[in-house]
Design a protein around this ligand. Structure first.
Ligand code: ADP
Length: 447
């Protein structure tokens, strides 16, 4: 950046210098041309007086002069010329300056002389006898002027180069210095500082981005912590049924089980294996939800139909537990992920049956409103004490650990529900009273 600023300043300085040089040369050139013309005029008038007095003799006394001098007769014939051969020159009456001199007494012009191939000034004076005396001189060209000035120009140019180099390098350093001094960890502290006024938008954006980065970092750390905790918990949860299975298998292997106990042992092994399967399924579900809902296929689905399917799959379990499971409500179309909606209802119903009492009931309802669809799962079970109602959505959290395990809980059901609810921008609430029952309500917003 400093290099770029330096180059720009240097370029500007040089451009300004060259432009002023061209301008000054132009002005000087026109000034000198004027002086030259005036001089020629004066000389012509003087020479004319001489010729008028002395005639041809004047030219005899003429030593070397810087001008070409021509005496033209009133008929246009050349009477005298100090440079070109008289006979080779045409009639001169048509020449601009001569014509003008004959008319007004004095005339002048400038043109390229074909005979001498240079730009020439002409100045002509009429004599009292009607003849015309003309002087002409070579006009300084711009090049000759430049050549004449070459030395001082070169000197000034060198000085300008050195000066602009020093200035440009100092200036660029001065401009960049405050930027280099910025403490990048804390760009917001420069806001409002006069020296940094021009780059305030940049500083502002930097500080916004920095706080975003910090926030993201915190979130990442939190997520990584949760993941670590989850892995540890999951391994622990998986270890328990595995230990049980290998314990039963060991007893069977060592022939330490009575024949009539073999069947119940096999049943226990199956139960533990089933619990493990359930745990693995729940972990897979949660991992999928953790991956974000972006890749999941969303559709317009009828929540009542999904509730029917979920209720059907837990119906046999309800019958086993002697719990009456019913579904009511109306068709309600939602834009969502069908399998996630299914697992929300499935897990809520599964809990409502698991934590119920004999002859209890579970009522599932789907209500369709203008702006929302409301799902409610109401049971007449053991209820959840107020102090635990917030924590039940945490992974592996159970109110009564041994009871939950006994009835095949994994501690992940409500985490899956919470995640699924979040993916649908919905809200979940729980109302519960111990030994009376619990109602989970999910409100899905309509787009
Ligand atoms: P679990 O697999 O243990 O059921 P959840 O995450 O589904 O795990 O539930 C967490 C805890 O919340 C349960 O262990 C239970 O103590 C409590 N709970 C969930 N649903 C109900 C309910 N309908 N009635 C009473 N307690 C419930």
């Amino acid at each position: 950046m400093s290099k770029k600023i330096f180059h720009s300043i240097w370029l500007v300085a040089l451009t300004v210098f060259l432009a002023s040089l061209v301008f000054i040369m132009g002005v000087t050139y026109s000034y000198f041309s004027g002086v030259q013309r005036n001089q020629l005029k004066v000389e012509t008038q003087l020479a004319a007086q001489g010729v008028a007095l002395n005639g041809m003799d004047y030219f005899m006394n003429l030593n070397s002069i810087d001008y070409r001098i021509t005496w033209i007769g009133s008929d246009g014939a050349i009477l005298y010329d100090n440079e070109a051969d008289r006979s080779g020159m045409g009639n001169h009456l048509e020449r601009e300056e001569v014509k003008e001199a004959l008319e007004t007494g004095f005339g002048e012009s400038s043109r390229y002389s074909q005979t001498l191939s240079e730009k020439l000034f002409y100045s002509a004076q009429r004599l009292p006898d009607g003849t015309v005396l003309r002087l002409s001189g070579v006009q300084n060209t711009l090049w000759s002027l430049l050549l004449g000035f070459a030395q001082p120009i070169a000197l000034v140019a060198l000085l300008a180069l050195i000066l602009s180099f020093i200035l440009a390098s100092r200036l660029s350093k001065k401009i960049v210095e405050p930027i280099n001094q910025i403490d990048l960890e804390n760009p917001a502290s420069y806001l409002g500082n006069k020296e940094y006024e021009e780059i305030e938008p940049l500083l502002y954006r930097m500080s916004v981005q920095q706080s975003e980065i910090r926030r993201n970092q915190r979130e990442l750390e939190k997520a990584s912590h949760i993941r670590q905790e989850f892995t540890a918990n999951a391994s622990h949860e998986l270890k328990t049924p595995l230990h049980a299975i290998s314990g039963y298998a060991e007893l069977l292997e060592g022939n330490m089980v009575r024949v009539e106990d073999i069947r119940p042992f096999a049943g226990k092994i199956r139960q533990e294996a089933q619990r493990m399967t359930q745990l693995v399924c729940d972990i897979i579900d949660l991992t999928k939800l953790d991956g974000g809902a972006n890749e999941m296929q969303r559709n317009n689905v009828d929540l009542l139909q999904i509730a029917k399917n979920a209720v059907d799959s837990v119906q046999s379990e309800a019958e086993k537990q002697n719990v009456m499971l019913t579904l009511s409500g109306e068709e309600a179309t939602l834009y969502g992920v069908p399998q996630v909606l299914y697992s929300i209802i499935y897990n809520l119903c599964d809990n409502a049956i698991k934590y119920n009492r004999p002859n209890g009931t579970v009522e599932v309802s789907v209500q369709n409103y203008d702006r929302s669809v409301v799902l409610a799962v109401r049971d007449t079970g053991i209820g959840i004490p107020q102090e635990y109602q917030e924590r039940i959505f945490e992974r592996f959290y159970r109110v009564d650990k041994s009871h939950s395990k006994e009835i095949g809980g994994t501690g992940l059901g409500l985490s899956i529900v919470k995640h699924g609810v979040m993916i649908h921008n919905a809200a979940i609430t729980v109302e519960s009273e111990q030994n009376i029952g619990t109602t989970f309500t999910v409100i899905f917003p309509k787009k």
